[in-house]
Design a protein around this ligand. Structure first.
Ligand code: NI
Length: 179
């Protein structure tokens, strides 16, 4: 991807799988899951309907689609954690996130509904995460598209990245537009 477009699409860089983890990193990642709903409150504050319908980059999702996507993605994420904690490396279900963002609910449901959903969901998710026993961070789910078993600590790292990744989409659009 051309450098400028890469920067717009990946404002904090692409996700890099960490080679290892420790207690401090786990705490850092969980804190992001806890804090993210408030970042989103802040990100959409005082935006009008036209602003919310603006793509965060040329050809990219609108702010509305980004926020509904966060709810969709993190509901899947939460479910993947629950499955991995209760089954032996379960095969999880990938989904077509681009098509999910085009389904009619995304335009019909007010943004605040997904913001509220993300608040409630992350609250439960964070409590779940804080209760994970040290050895259970090695539990895995099998991701058919990745073609491998993903340990929960790595999944947490990627969702923590994902929280910030989309937050920055909105914040940098606001910055560029002077909103
Ligand atoms: Ni995403």
């Amino acid at each position: 991807m051309e450098e400028h477009l890469e920067q717009l699409a990946y404002p904090i860089g692409r996700f890099q799988t960490p080679s290892t983890y420790d207690e401090a990193l786990l705490q850092q990642w969980i804190s992001k899951i806890e804090a993210a709903p408030e970042w989103y409150d802040h990100a959409i504050e005082n935006l009008d309907e036209a602003q919310l319908q603006t793509p965060y980059r040329p050809g990219g999702w609108t702010i509305v689609q980004v926020v509904h996507h966060l709810a969709d993605s993190h509901m899947n994420g939460y479910t993947r954690f629950k499955l991995a904690l209760t089954e032996q490396s379960p095969v999880i279900k990938p989904y077509n996130e681009a098509l999910w963002a085009e389904l009619p609910d995304v335009q019909a449901v007010p943004l605040n509904v997904s913001i509220t959903l993300v608040h409630a969901l992350h609250r439960r998710w964070a409590v779940l995460l804080r209760g994970i026993k040290p050895e259970d961070w090695e539990r895995t789910y099998f991701h058919p598209e990745a073609g491998r078993a993903i340990p929960l600590w790595e999944s947490l790292a990627s969702y923590a990245w994902h929280c910030k990744h989309h937050f920055e989409h909105i914040m940098r659009l606001r910055e560029r537009m002077g909103w």
